[in-house]
Design a protein around this ligand. Structure first.
Ligand code: NDP
Ligand code: ZN
Length: 352
């Protein structure tokens, strides 16, 4: 079969590989919709997870099951499925302790590209199919469904980790697709005011649609000054970081009020340390919680997110600004994600 791969750090290309085979609990899936991710760009062009040779890229897919192992109970060939970006082994002690993203080691629930081939191929392998696949109901468009696999679960995790309360003032720094889903989830969780930080007009418009009450353009000046002024010097209850460099993390601590939470879903690719500003952290005594996490995966998570789309609580399909057809277009779509033109939020590739 053919797949689109990271040949080594900095190099991408099409390669031929053996079609994967299913162990007793696994499934083999062929893609129906694929989306490249900013994380794929970090992986290939910045060496985000270290060196990988000829490793097929991609971790965001909706597909059709083509083969299942002998012990798989709930899925059969022909089923249309949502495949989460995070597909842990579910029978580990880490899972018993409530940390499925780190099942088998830190971040090891992230298997596609990281530990085995990803989804940008004619076929891909899914471990523990009964626990990692979710049935795609009729009526949910593929471009909406593929957003659930990573963008939605990640953005929503931002507000979950911060435990957003009714009436909270929430700042979301970065409104690419991940931050947009943080905005949408803050709205669903009952935030009062939502300040969205970004610059691209297409993202700004959608942020407003998903519930942002105020827009802060980081290109127009220091976001700390802007947000402190907008909140009469009080700062915000919750800051969700979904873009920018380590300096953004410092800004987040500064704009978050005492007793507030800074919740990170961004990937920090540079710098030995993430600086915490001493004075604004109350010399260590401000009761500001700093947390951050990899998105939840697995079947139950996908089924819950599917419910939100099925019952029209929000529409993640609106983020699909560029739709391509045919597996071959994965390359073009990925490069679009690298260049981030002004009119892009997220490209989706439909595979017949
Ligand atoms: P995008 O590049 O599409 O969006 C980044 C956003 O951050 C844009 O709105 C951008 O603004 C804004 N931004 C950039 N620089 C700054 C700055 N200095 N100050 C404030 N805002 C800034 O990325 P994605 O939404 O696709 O992904 C966001 C991050 O999430 C990535 O690092 C990705 O790797 C990570 N990620 C994490 C996951 C997890 O499990 N935790 C899962 C998936 C992704 P502008 O409008 O100017 O472009
Ligand atoms: Zn992703």
């Amino acid at each position: 079969m053919k797949g689109f791969a990271m040949l080594e750090i900095g190099k991408i290309g099409w390669i031929e590989k053996e079609k994967p085979t299913a162990g007793p609990y696994d499934a083999i899936v062929r893609p129906l919709a694929l989306a490249p991710c900013t994380s794929d760009i970090h992986t290939v062009f910045e060496g985000g997870i270290g060196q990988r040779y000829n490793r097929i890229l991609g971790h965001e897919a909706v597909g059709e099951v083509v083969e299942v192992g002998s012990e798989v109970k709930d899925f059969k060939p022909g089923d249309r499925v949502v495949v989460p970006a995070i597909t842990p082994d579910w029978n580990t002690l880490e899972v018993q302790e409530g940390r499925h993203q780190h099942s088998g080691g830190m971040l090891a629930g992230y298997k596609f590209t990281n530990i085995k081939d990803g989804v940008f191929a004619e076929f891909f392998h899914v471990n523990d199919a009964d626990m990692n696949l979710a049935h795609l109901p009729e009526g949910i468009p593929l471009e909406a469904a593929v957003m659930l696999t990573d963008m939605v679960t990640t953005g929503f995790h931002g507000t979950e980790m911060a435990d957003v309360q009714f009436g909270d003032t929430v700042a979301v720094i970065g409104i690419g697709p991940v931050g947009l889903m943080a905005v949408a989830s803050a709205q669903l969780k009952g935030a009062g005011r939502i300040l969205a930080v970004g610059s691209r007009p297409v993202c700004v418009e959608l942020a407003k649609e998903y519930g942002a009450t105020d827009i802060v353009n980081y290109k127009n000046g220091d976001i700390v000054e802007q947000i402190m002024e907008m909140t009469d010097g009080k700062g915000v209850d919750v800051t969700i970081i979904a873009g920018g460099s380590v300096n953004v993390a410092s800004a987040a601590v500064k704009i978050t009020a005492p007793n507030g939470t800074i919740s990170n879903i961004n990937y920090f690719g540079e710098g030995e340390h993430i600086p915490i500003p001493r004075a604004e952290w109350g010399c260590g005594m401000a009761h500001k919680t700093i947390t951050g996490g990899l998105c939840p995966g697995g079947r139950s998570r996908m089924e819950r997110l599917i419910e939100l789309v099925k019952y029209n609580r929000f529409d993640p399909g609106k983020m699909a600004t560029h739709i391509f057809e045919g597996l071959d277009k994965v390359e073009e779509a990925l490069l679009l994600m690298k260049d981030k033109p002004k009119d892009l939020i997220k490209p989706v590739v439909l595979v017949a």
